[in-house]
Design a protein. Structure first.
Length: 153
């Protein structure tokens, strides 16, 4: 079961990338978004919920395995945050790229309360800060798509 948890937490090994593993995790989130973006709202939210629940379990196991509270190899949180950023946007290529960049910046700077969520124990803390960054990202992306609709679609 530990191998399954590590595989899920590292998103099939993407978290072992030698540079910028979080960026690879976000890219996996974009791939999932593009494969499911035409699904119903309910189905898209179900995917986010499943990724968050499974990710919390897997991240908790991975933190123990790697011996660190928030190991860099765990990138399932980036998948969740990226999916939340793109939720309900109907983002095309340009907006997806904008959402990717917005989420990566927010994930790095961790605006309040994301920085507080990071202090939660285990997988919950690993996941919660990125999901919160994703909420901010979604709001910003929606705003950007309204302000510049011809460019960001």
């Amino acid at each position: 079961m530990n191998r399954v948890a590590i595989w899920l937490a590292t998103v099939g090994g993407l978290g072992h990338a030698p540079i910028a593993p979080g960026t690879f995790g976000s890219a996996a989130g974009i791939l999932i978004y593009w494969l499911t973006r035409h699904w119903s709202t309910e189905a898209q939210f179900a995917i986010i919920v499943v990724v968050c629940l499974v990710g919390t379990w897997a991240a908790t196991q991975a933190a123990t395995h790697f011996g660190r509270e928030d190991p860099g190899q765990v990138v399932i949180d980036e998948v969740a945050g990226q999916l939340v950023t793109l939720a309900l946007t109907g983002a095309g290529v340009t907006a997806t790229i904008a959402g990717f960049l917005i989420f990566r910046v927010l994930d790095i700077i961790k605006p309040y309360p994301a920085n507080r969520f990071e202090q939660l124990h285990g997988g919950l803390g690993i996941m919660a800060d990125d999901v919160m960054a994703g909420v901010y990202g979604c709001l910003l992306l929606h705003l950007l798509m309204r302000v510049v609709p011809g460019i960001i679609a």
